[in-house]
Ligand binder design. Structure first.
Ligand SMILES: [Zn+2]
Length: 256
């Protein structure tokens, strides 16, 4: 096995005690692109630049899925990645993880059918307050349950999407563990992964997640290098609405 790269998360957190307990004592690493999507939809005509940037059209998304298939990528879940990092479970030669933040309804109406069409699995990070309140534009619990039943991975993305830095333990538990338990009550499965709202976190947040039986969390730091030493700082690749297929392909090949 290659020696561990010196790359470490940009946060500079000491990352103790959040490294994974590996039963054989071996720390492992892997270069796995974890793609980050938000909306899979044509942006509305009046969309501001931020919304346009967060929206990948269904046509573009399908072209990306076709590219991934043609280039030999095989979709895995975050659970697969953690089994690899903690236990040494094997990964496909070219693994890729597709994640979707915020739980927008277009994830169900647009992304989910395309994922099924191409035999892909995806990981959906749900903000639970809008679901509880049946807010327009967000998935319903019924839609989330259908996706979970069909093999999609469901993760937590907090209750109301706040900046969790500098907050009390009680507040972080309410936001992170509250959303975890709300999802678990619906899908009848453990929720093991968290996506930090707006990518913001500190050591306290990591410690709460760790003690609440999360197995890992994704950031918005750019990279494909994943390590058993930093399962709560998994790096991702942001897919932007304006990405051409060439740009998408080159993002997958990041080696840091
Ligand atoms: Zn978000």
């Amino acid at each position: 096995m290659a020696t561990l790269a010196s790359a470490r998360p940009a946060s500079g957190l000491s990352a103790v005690p959040n490294s994974l307990p590996t039963p054989d004592g071996v720390q492992r690493e892997a270069w796995v692109p974890i793609l980050m999507y938000h909306h899979i939809a044509d942006s509305p005509p009046d969309a501001d630049p931020i919304r346009r940037d967060l929206s990948v059209s269904p046509q573009t998304f399908e072209a990306q899925l076709r590219y991934l298939v043609g280039a030999g990528y095989q979709p895995i879940t975050l659970r697969d990645l953690i089994y690899h990092l903690a236990l040494g479970a094997s990964l496909p030669e070219k693994p890729v993880i597709l994640t979707f933040d915020d739980g927008y309804e277009d994830n169900y109406t647009n992304a989910y059918p395309l994922l099924k069409k191409y035999g892909f699995v995806g990981t959906f990070f749900i903000v639970t307050e809008p679901v509880d309140r049946k807010r327009a534009g967000y998935m319903s619990w019924a839609q989330i349950e259908i996706m979970s039943t069909s093999g999609m991975e469901i993760g937590a993305h907090s209750y109301t999407h706040p900046d969790l830095r500098g907050k009390s333990v009680d507040y972080i538990i309410w936001q992170a563990v509250g959303s975890k338990e709300a999802i678990e009550a619906r899908i009848q499965q453990h929720v093991r992964f968290f996506s930090y709202p707006s990518g913001r976190y500190d050591e306290q947040v990591v410690n709460v997640l760790h003690s609440a039986n999360f197995w890992g969390a994704v950031t918005i730091e750019t990279g494909t290098y994943q390590s058993s030493r930093w399962p709560f700082e998994l790096q991702r690749i942001r897919v932007q609405g304006s990405d051409t297929l060439n740009m998408f392909a080159s993002k997958l090949n990041l080696d840091w």
